[in-house]
Design a protein around this ligand. Structure first.
Ligand code: PLP
Length: 394
């Protein structure tokens, strides 16, 4: 660990909890990794806003990111107005009242179904400056969690090979294929084999191919040389295609924390719960949905511990959210010392799929947003108040 990393690890002085703290240095490391892959593999990475869209940090991305992947008219507008680029926009369903805006804010628009294509293509064609694509359903995904598997039977995403006409409808220049989630390069390699086998007949008719998100290229053990080899080989077989990858998580992976405070410690049936000033359901929803057990600084994660094993152990705690949802807790963690009311609780890796998904359920105050700059200074990006809760329900 370098001195700078150590500095990043432990200083939260002057910070009002709860707060998400994004670390500029780590974010820039991810951006550099992604940029290097782009150059070595000859592909383009677009940032998927659905995972991360803290627009006050867009300035940091500018040297590295040229396109944004948007999943709705509002994301496309944010990309256009705050990032300054027309987006790669896909939505499961576009609507007539907002489609003109989508065309203003997008360079590429991808339809989820042939019916959506038929309905909106004439409007897109009349603009003349929007490239049109279609989402395909590969029918192959290695994602085990059903909630995140876009290729499960009955999926609403994309057109299956047997539903595609041999000659693509007029104007379709690209395919979007999203079937990964926190996946490695070997899963991508196997997906490309299926794609070439089942959709190969259409590839010569296209100009671009978007391989979706879920490529966790910034995870420490990701085999980047293998990814580069795989993508280069694919490009050699299809040299006319512009290849796009649009991960979100990979950009913000391990780039910051959620800093909370212990407000109370309660004991029931011998089980200790530290009640925090944050909530899993409101501020860390993926922990419950995915589910996954977040890492807490200075604690050992014990996800498999039974209640009976936890009961009566002085250093083992559940962590509980300050909402009324009974299931708003996770267990277990073992701490170095007994927890104290008022002490900090630092959840690691809390930047992607958090601030884009949070709620003010129960009126719980939304955590502030901070950026820790390279010189160590904490810059407050946004603080929330009662008005933010009230105004969502005007
Ligand atoms: C179509 C599409 N593109 C990109 C992404 C971003 O995926 P990730 O953040 O896992 O890289 C998703 C995630 O659901 C997606 O559905």
């Amino acid at each position: 660990m370098t001195d700078t990393q150590h500095h990043i690890e432990d200083t939260f002085e002057g910070l009002a909890s709860p707060a998400y703290v994004m670390e500029q240095e780590r974010f820039e490391q991810n951006l550099q990794t992604i940029h290097r892959i782009e150059q070595e593999a000859g592909v383009e990475f677009a940032l998927s806003f659905k995972a991360f869209a803290l627009w006050k940090t867009f300035g940091l991305m500018k040297p590295y990111v040229s396109h944004i992947s948007a999943a709705s008219p509002d994301e496309a507008r944010l990309g256009y107005e705050e990032f300054g680029t027309r987006c790669y926009t896909y939505s499961p369903a576009f609507e007539a009242h907002s489609f003109a805006g989508v065309l203003d804010w997008s360079s590429h628009v991808t339809f989820n179904s042939l019916a959506q294509y038929k309905r909106f293509y004439p409007q897109a064609r009349s603009r003349g400056n929007v490239s049109v694509g279609l989402r395909i359903n590969l029918g192959y995904s290695e994602i085990e969690t059903l909630l995140y598997n876009p290729c499960a039977p009955g999926s609403r995403f994309g057109v299956a090979a047997d539903a595609l006409p041999r000659q693509l409808p007029e104007g379709i220049e690209g395919f979007l294929c999203h079937n990964h989630c926190e996946s490695d390069s070997y899963a991508l390699e196997r997906s490309l084999e299926v794609l070439e086998r089942d959709f190969g007949a259409w590839l010569p008719q296209l100009r671009w191919l978007n391989l979706g998100g879920g490529h966790l290229v910034t995870r420490r053990d990701y085999d980047i040389p293998h990814l580069v080899r795989t993508l280069r080989a694919f490009r050699e077989r299809h040299p006319h295609l512009h290849i796009i990858l649009e991960p979100g998580s990979a950009f913000a992976w391990q780039t910051g924390t959620l800093v909370a405070t212990v407000c109370d410690i309660v004991v029931h049936a011998g089980i200790q719960t530290a009640v925090l000033n944050v909530s899993f359901t409101a501020h860390m929803p993926d922990c419950l949905e995915m589910p996954y057990h977040p890492t807490v600084r200075h604690a050992v994660t014990l996800p498999d511990l039974t209640d009976a094993e936890a009961a009566g152990s002085p250093l083992i705690y559940r962590l509980g959210g300050n909402s009324c949802l009974s299931g708003d807790w996770m267990g277990y963690w073992q701490f170095e010392q007994p927890l104290q009311v008022g002490q900090r609780m630092v959840f690691e890796d809390m930047i992607h799929y958090t601030t884009v998904k949070t709620t003010t359920f129960n009126g719980i105050r939304h955590p502030s947003l901070y950026l820790r700059q390279r010189d160590g200074a904490l810059k407050l990006l946004r603080q929330f108040g009662y008005e933010d809760y009230r105004d969502r329900m005007d």
